[in-house]
Design a protein around this ligand. Sequence first.
Ligand SMILES: Nc1ncnc2c1ncn2[C@@H]1O[C@H](COP(=O)(O)OP(=O)(O)OP(=O)(O)O)[C@@H](O)[C@H]1O
Ligand SMILES: [Mg+2]
Length: 362
Amino acid sequence: MASVRIEGVSKSYAGRSVLPSLSLEIQDGECFTLLGPSGCGKTVLMRLIAGFESPDSGTIVIGGEVVASALTAQSLPPDKRGLSMVFQDYAVWPHMSVFDNVSYPLKLAHTAAAALQERGRRAIDLVGLGGLETRLPSQLSGGQQQRVALARALVSEPRLLLLDEPLSNLDANLREEMRFEIKALQRKLGITILYVTHDQEIALGISDRLAVMDDKGVLRQIGAPQEVYEHPADDFVFRFLGIANFLPVRRDGAAFYIGGSDAAWVGPAPDKQADQFSAGFRPSDVLLSRSGSGLPGIVRRASFLGAQVDYLIDIAGTLIRAALPSHECLERGLLFVEGDPCCVGLATVQWFVGDMTSGARV
Ligand SMILES: Nc1ncnc2c1ncn2[C@@H]1O[C@H](COP(=O)(O)OP(=O)(O)OP(=O)(O)O)[C@@H](O)[C@H]1O
Ligand SMILES: [Mg+2]
């Protein structure tokens, strides 16, 4: 196991900053996810930690050992850092069998034949590929090939595993299954995992803690999944972790009126001082009814998605998304069609300073 400490690490290419001074600490044995949009610098950070690139400034410490320091121009080669990395495209060698693919790092390290056999088989069993040792990658499914890449990364018993979006090529069901398996593997082996992805569902599902990075390579928030989801540091984090709805807020003294409502909000008020607020909420926070109290809206689009029904609702010119469990829609007569009037209540809101309603993603 190994902790990772990144202190003031920056990286530019041809004068263009990709990572501005980034600091981050990952605990021993933790599954930590770096979540950020495409192009924000996730792979660059992984390559810096792995040792394929050197930082322009700052220090990288793994398990208490300085592996890269811009100040002293010190850099430990990748194979001396005690880590393994599974890349975005998880390339397995097409001409090599499952066993040869997995045991290749041991061969490179001149591991004795008996130990190579034993450790190769153990890594293959670990990812559930026992019995497929002699197959070629072309005789495997995408998910099985992904497991080969994972076994190859685990065979050298790394103290730190770097996973760069390793599930992006898999279909939704396999992705979910592999997510649980990676988590189970991490628990079993007790290794430290740094996982990077732009998929918020994976990040929330797999991590002990996660960091949300913006498109400029700046860390906006670090915390446990629930903490970051329920208490986003700012609107960037809120938008990035799921579908974000915003309604304008009018303030009258201590009373807050959301979305043109004439009834004051009765839940918790903002804990910050500002002239202007927006109320943010998720589709699942919407309480929908046919008539009654709440904001009057018009259903603009209704999509049946199996487990839930997704509505696009126009509230006095602002579009919001609502998601209701399908069984609730059926039981409570809430299967709306396009053009239906409805009433929108809110179970909870998060307060954001400023007007977020312009350019809101719906
Ligand atoms: N060797 C390089 N030379 C020049 N620019 C680079 C180099 N490597 C990465 N970049 C640039 O750095 C930025 C961050 O790239 P990076 O690959 O880290 O993004 P990412 O967050 O991994 O995105 P994705 O989610 O799409 O994989 C991009 O603008 C990219 O073009
Ligand atoms: Mg990348």
